[in-house]
Design a protein around this ligand. Structure first.
Ligand code: TTP
Ligand code: MG
Ligand code: MG
Length: 447
């Protein structure tokens, strides 16, 4: 039996006196950990079908119109049969499937459905880690017994998502996040897949699968590996460590070999702040290596968070940023704001200072898949502790807030001011990753 500390992620050597599925007092969870990965099927297209039942059974493509230069966001499984895929030029999609229904994305509508789906997820585990607008990991170790088994929990979740959101989803259940995600991919669409639990059986199960099934193995890495005759997980499992290190470098070689055996870090980032934070995140379509691009995306997220915070009488005292690389490794940093604030300038300054710490200008070779910004630790009134400069500080803060509110007003009227182009219109950007706040994309991922 394994024991580990939920807070540090370390295995514990001392036995815990109070046993139970989840021991909240000391943070130790007993027993074998079980992770569930859930991903909504053809999300934007399925969402459209909830309000266009007349399109059911037809190929549906969500994205730019076929006569323009834009791309496909996603498409229904009916359209996938014709070879249509996300990020493909709409023109190509039209050539492949000329009888498809084309429709433009309606992000606000999808966010609503996503919010409901995350509401369902949260009813099945207190530990929900949002990955994107349609996808999450749940640590269900402590809630399985309420359903009489992991599969029963998974089926209950799938059934509720369909009933309450009108869309189907796929679920993978496994010992860790890597395997749970592979499981949900294999279950797609509208299915549930449980991974074997014995390590040797897992290794055998993965062996014939292509290396591309593993996290962090994109087309480029798969291409490099192929040159050395490594095409399947079995090839990776058997590859001499030396050879892999030469090809990929020491760190990547060891993590990839572990992944090919189904071994991976199994911590699900948890929502420590509950609904007490507001955050936004953005996923790039492929890994973003351009620091400037990530930085300006972060600024847009900070502006978005500001707009949301200013809708209520609250001022944030803490700001956080998060970066995730292709391997799903996440780093985050937080800072106290000089005073509880909610103006763009304060959020922006904090975001940039944190970003410079994580990705200095000299930092080369970094590749980011996701960037996030959030604020928390809300106060009911603005401003700092009493100080000699209080009046001046108050006046300055009020001026900045008014400026931010004026920009909100103009933006509300559809005028593009202040923060530049919308993220979704950039190359290497997916509208899906423009995350939501509080309840839909819990700020857990900012831990
Ligand atoms: P995915 O979960 O990757 O894809 P999907 O839900 O459409 O299909 P499935 O999970 O069944 O394979 O992405 C979720 C949504 O994100 C997707 O519906 C549309 C959006 N998206 C883009 O806008 N551009 C992209 O390149 C991708 C991959 C997704
Ligand atoms: Mg999906
Ligand atoms: Mg997804």
């Amino acid at each position: 039996m394994r024991r580990w500390c939920e807070k540090s992620g370390n295995l514990q050597s001392a036995p815990c006196a109070l046993r139970g599925p989840v021991h909240a007092k000391c943070g130790i969870i007993w027993g074998v950990r079980t992770i569930l990965h859930v991903d909504l099927d053809a999300f934007f297209a399925s969402a459209e079908l909830t309000r266009h039942p007349e399109w059911r059974g037809r190929p549906v493509i969500v994205g730019s119109p076929p006569d323009g230069r834009g791309v496909v966001s996603t498409c229904s499984y009916e359209a996938r049969r014709y070879g249509v895929r996300s990020a493909m030029p709409s023109r190509t999609a039209w050539r492949l499937c000329p009888h498809a229904v084309f429709t433009r994305p309606d992000i606000a509508f999808y966010r609503e459905i996503s919010r409901k789906a995350f509401g369902v997820f949260a009813r099945h585990s207190p530990f929900v880690e949002a990955v994107s607008v349609d996808e999450a990991f749940l640590d269900i170790t402590g809630t399985i017994h309420l359903y009489g088994g992991a599969e029963k929990l998974g089926e209950a979740l799938r059934e509720k998502v369909l009933r309450e959101c009108g869309v189907t989803c796929s679920v993978g259940i496994a010992r860790n996040r890597l395997l749970a995600k592979i499981g949900s991919e294999l279950a797609k669409p509208d299915g549930l897949f449980t991974m074997p639990s014995d390590p040797a059986e897992i290794a055998r199960f993965l062996a014939p699968k292509p290396v591309g099934i593993l996290w962090g193995v994109g087309r480029k890495t798969a291409g490099i590996l192929a040159k050395y005759g490594i095409a399947t997980c079995r090839d990776l499992q058997n590859a001499p460590a030396r050879q892999l290190e030469t090809i990929l470098g020491k760190a990547a070689a060891s993590s990839l070999k572990n992944h090919a055996l189904g071994i991976s870090s199994d911590r699900v980032a948890r929502d420590e702040d509950g609904e007490k934070s507001v955050s936004r995140e953005h996923t790039f379509v492929c890994d973003e290596t351009d620091r400037e691009n990530v930085r300006s995306t972060l600024l847009e997220l900070a502006a978005d968070v500001g707009r949301s915070v200013r809708k209520e009488a609250r001022w944030a005292a803490t700001a956080r940023i998060k970066l995730r690389d292709a391997d799903f490794e996440t780093v985050s940093r937080q800072t106290s704001l000089p005073a509880p604030s909610r103006d763009d300038r304060s959020f922006r300054d904090a975001a940039l200072a944190l970003f410079d710490g994580l990705w200095p200008e000299s930092g080369k070779g970094l590749a980011v898949r996701l960037v996030g910004f959030g604020v928390s630790n809300f106060k009911a009134s603005p401003g700092a502790e009493p100080s000699l400069f209080r009046d001046e500080e108050d006046a300055e803060r009020e001026r900045r807030e008014k400026l931010s509110e004026a920009i909100d007003l103009l933006k509300g009227k559809g005028l593009n001011v202040g923060t530049g182009t919308a993220i979704a219109h950039r190359p290497n950007s997916t509208v899906a990753g423009t995350g939501e706040s509080t309840s839909i994309l819990p700020p857990s991922i900012l831990t």
